[in-house]
Design a protein around this ligand. Sequence first.
Ligand code: FAD
Length: 283
Amino acid sequence: MITEFITCGSLPELLVTRNRLANSCVLIAGGTELNRLGSPVAEKELAYVSLSGLGLDQIQFKDDGLYIGSMVTLQQLLDAEEDPLWLKEAVKGAGSRTLRNMATIGGNIGSFRDDSYLLPALIAAKARILTADVDEQGVLIEEDVPIREYTEHASAFNGSCITQIVIKRLDRIVLTKRYARTVQRRPDAIISFGAACDGSALADIRIAVGALGTGVARLKEVEEGILTGSLTTHEEILQVVKKTTSVTDDITGSAAYRQYLVSVTIADMLARCKQIAEGGTCT
Ligand SMILES: Cc1cc2nc3c(=O)[nH]c(=O)nc-3n(C[C@H](O)[C@H](O)[C@H](O)COP(=O)(O)OP(=O)(O)OC[C@H]3O[C@@H](n4cnc5c(N)ncnc54)[C@H](O)[C@@H]3O)c2cc1C
């Protein structure tokens, strides 16, 4: 239950308010996760501190990459010419335009949902997260962290505000696939594969999966196996996926089915990435 809805005139004011109210408040962006039916947060008595009106809704190209404000909505991401195609593809996982008009990229990351529309693709793309916070004396603390660090150590960033999402490596190949019987249904699996081109070879591979019942995760052993050449077929990939991921049975299918889906898709994506790298068009 919302006890108070607080708007602020500037980011420093928001951070000080957030710091002062600590655990008795929560940041609100589009509100689609916080207020959705069954949301555990909505049951608590909390003040909502709004991120609206602080200028965090811009998408900008700078010398070192694409800067996306945390309040940019999923619909803005779909409409913007600047965005890479893989990001638009990931956004399409949110099938409702009404929801896309409200839901933000920062809120999607901040929700840490197992079936996150964007987290797997952003991890594969090696996106970076810019955060802001204030200390006890009100001194501004800004951090620039890789998204993998942000997701792996989420509690360390509890309380800080995501201000921007930065995509510096715009030349990476990123492929993403969301399996779902209908776009509004819970996905069977979400798989994202990212790689850089080193000449015609693949380098710096990042594979992230979601919607398997245990949170968005990187498949580090599979990345390693592909890079060293020990994993090439989907059968080989499947053995490592089985050994290293815990997947639950759910309404979308059994754990075995979803592990199979993940491995076949990774093998297909690997083949596609190799084709792209060999063709010399690493975008
Ligand atoms: C019917 C329905 C289905 C949905 N299905 C999915 C789905 O399949 N996959 C999925 O990923 N999501 C789903 N969602 C949830 C939601 O729509 C998205 O995750 C959305 O991107 C959340 O963004 P928001 O701006 O609405 O976040 P909010 O609801 O405003 O906030 C969500 C969380 O993120 C935190 N937060 C927001 N902005 C920031 C920031 N800048 N810095 C730090 N923390 C922040 C908030 O404090 C809160 O904890 C669904 C929602 C509904 C209603």
